[in-house]
Design a protein around this ligand. Sequence first.
Ligand SMILES: NC(=O)c1ccc[n+]([C@@H]2O[C@H](COP(=O)([O-])OP(=O)(O)OC[C@H]3O[C@@H](n4cnc5c(N)ncnc54)[C@H](OP(=O)(O)O)[C@@H]3O)[C@@H](O)[C@H]2O)c1
Length: 285
Amino acid sequence: MTKILITGAQGQLAYELEQLAQHSVIALTRAQLDITQYDAVQKAVDTYQPDVVINTAAYTKVDAAEHNSEQAYAVNCLGAKNIALACEKNQIPLLHLSTDYIFDGSKNTPYLETDPASPINIYGKTKWQGEEAVRSHCEKHIILRVSAVFGQHGQNFVKTILRLAQEKETLRVVADQTMCPTPARAIAEALFTIITMPRWGTYHYCGLPAVTWYDFAKRIVQLAKEQMPLHIKELEPITTADFPTAAKRPACSVLDCTQFEKNFGPIRPHWELGLKNVITTLSTS
Ligand SMILES: NC(=O)c1ccc[n+]([C@@H]2O[C@H](COP(=O)([O-])OP(=O)(O)OC[C@H]3O[C@@H](n4cnc5c(N)ncnc54)[C@H](OP(=O)(O)O)[C@@H]3O)[C@@H](O)[C@H]2O)c1
């Protein structure tokens, strides 16, 4: 049985990995393993001697990162480097997660793995630096770039819209940013597939089809209305300029997943199915 060490165990992706695992899993929370601490990371990897490490730990607060750039850098870059060094020393493969936000969103076709990174916010910049650290320090690595992750556990757009739709009559959502929502459960499944056929490198993985945040919110509300009482009466499309945020966001961060499908099989998820499952789970819990 494969022994997997998972970092960031309280996050939404780590939760799904633990739920789905048919392996021996050591899932460490930030309190149990702070990945910014080089000695602690080395000790954990030396002690547990896993067959593979999955690094889900990250500083994911995109707006807060603009004011906490040191912390974002420490977790997203130095933390990734610490894990890469420990994995290389022990000859253990590393599966590392990254993001569509390493791109600036100005391309009008889906981003390829080979497109140059051009992050426009601190989160994206530190995630890109983390990718580079993994590539430099750990030979046997897979970097999986995902986008707009949602699941039943933790913080995400779906849960925010559901909460606001229960509290408010009107919601305003940006309709000029396009992305591919990705169920955390599908990413967990993809990672378990990767473990069985490690083909080192960087890949894109995200849900189908691409949508704007406004259209995604509309679908969330439509589906949720069938399962729970909502207060919301109107969902208003707005522009990015109408809703200033601390961090800039890419206008279109759709990822091309052809390489993933060629190497690991056509297992890209349709986000609507994942969304229905999450809403059903949340409405009955
Ligand atoms: N969420 C998205 O929409 C999204 C989109 C694209 C890519 N990704 C990437 O996908 C991966 C998984 O994301 P996610 O949505 O599961 O993130 P998440 O729910 O925010 O979980 C990240 C976890 O990392 C932990 N963490 C933070 N600093 C740490 C440290 N120094 N040491 C150890 N753990 C630490 C956090 O702990 P605390 O709870 O204690 O803070 C949190 O539990 C990340 O690499 C993220 O960058 C996410």
